[in-house]
Design a binder for this molecule. Structure first.
Ligand code: DAH
Length: 388
């Protein structure tokens, strides 16, 4: 299974590039890349609103932990603006990792980003002396546009630090093994609390820069294996950097994406709905209940194609971002429908299909034409592409 930390970068004329050897310094993407549409989302805090589906999942996981382990502390009010040290360096994410590039991450300046994961809070909380905690918040990533990708979403990270001797009662030989078993037991409990006591689950070995060993937990749901979370034993180098004697202490960590769970559990078909202020959406959910979403009438969609020759320094995420900036939540999907390289000039041409649809009203033809016109004007000017 591919996760954020094993993904292959798709930028640069759509040619796939392996993770290593990639250098974002070659790209013309600017550090100051937080658009007004993204800024508007900061502080909306939908995950803290009672009866919001994201809050229902968050509360359920928190209560599940607190019920059996009341020493867990809950954090949910850290601002999403963090340092690159917190988001990357402290977690041993390599300097040349794609997730560090301004094509994938929102930067305030060279050293400050919108967190791309709530793992950004792991190290400072451990340093502050917390031994067991859950931290939830909004996270931000530049990405493609479809029903399951939105530049803002929510995660919950968890950490628990154990001490030599904790393994005695369980009869496990080493503390490391004990931590791994506790991790798996605790997370299986969470998944069963959400998907039912008899759900089928499986563990896969994974890779994350900050844990070793690392795992992924999947649950069998609606005839498919679905990835629910990533986790592992905190790398001893990280614990050591926070001041712990690693011959005495070992910790576990995990991260859960809340939208993915909420979409499955409540049968919410489009990730944009979480941001809806429409009562036909909001009134359907109640904390403590797993009601299925009843879709209200879907308004008609309207698609428009755009084709252009790409310059050598071009990346798809900047195009997606620009479309979002123009059309906001009126854009449902952007799909690449054609791509080819001119045999003589080697220039790459791309054609994208932009699907426009509002969640709560009909769009007029004129309105969509106007949006498309602005998209065309702006891509030509800002991404230096040649429209075809
Ligand atoms: N931060 C990871 C992500 O965004 C998820 C994650 C994996 C968090 C493993 C953790 C962990 O704390 O131990 O994909």
């Amino acid at each position: 299974m591919q996760n954020y930390f094993t993904k292959i970068n798709r930028v640069h004329n759509g040619l796939t590039r392996p993770l290593l050897g990639f250098s974002w310094r070659n790209y013309s993407v600017k550090y100051d890349n937080i658009t007004p549409k993204i800024n508007e989302k900061i502080g909306r805090n939908i995950f803290l609103k009672p009866n919001h589906p994201i809050n229902i999942i968050k509360t359920l996981v928190e209560q599940h932990f607190l019920k059996s382990q009341p020493d867990f502390k809950v954090f949910d009010s850290f601002h999403p603006k963090v340092s690159t040290k917190q988001n990357f360096d402290d977690l041993l994410i390599p300097l040349d990792h794609v997730s560090r590039g301004p094509s994938d991450t929102y930067y305030y300046d060279e050293n400050t980003v919108l967190r791309t994961h709530t793992t950004a809070h792991q190290v400072h909380l451990i340093k502050d002396g917390h031994k067991a905690f859950l931290v939830t918040g909004d996270v931000y990533r530049r990405d493609e546009i479809d029903a399951t990708h939105y530049p803002v979403f929510h995660q919950m990270d968890g950490v628990k630090v154990f001490k030599q001797g904790d393994q005695k009662d369980s009869g496990t030989e080493t503390l490391e093994k004990h931590v791994e078993l506790e991790l798996k037991k605790d997370l299986e409990g969470v998944v069963r609390a959400i998907f039912g006591a008899d759900s089928q689950i499986r563990w896969n070995v994974e890779y994350f820069p900050f844990t070793d060993p690392s795992f992924e937990l999947e649950v069998y749901f609606n005839d498919h294996w679905m990835e629910v979370l990533g986790c592992g034993v905190i790398r001893s180098e990280i614990l050591k950097n926070t001041g712990y004697d690693t011959s005495e202490y070992v910790g576990y960590a995990f991260g859960i994406g809340l939208e993915r769970l909420a979409m499955k559990v409540f049968e919410i078909p489009d990730i944009r709905l979480f941001w809806s202020q429409d009562n036909r959406f909001l009134s359907q959910f109640k904390n403590g209940e797993f009601t299925k979403f009843k879709s209200y009438s879907k308004y008609p969609a309207c698609y428009k194609d755009i084709s252009f020759w790409t310059p050598s320094e071009y990346n798809d995420n900047s195009f997606y971002e620009l479309v979002r900036d123009v059309a906001g939540d009126l854009v449902e999907t952007v799909k690449i429908v054609d791509e080819f390289k001119h045999p003589k000039t080697q220039r790459v041409s791309k054609c994208f299909r932009i699907n426009y649809r509002s969640m709560d009203r009909s769009l007029s033809n004129e309105e969509v034409d106007q949006l498309q016109w602005v998209v065309r004007e702006r891509v030509a000017k800002e991404l230096m592409v040649e429209l075809r």
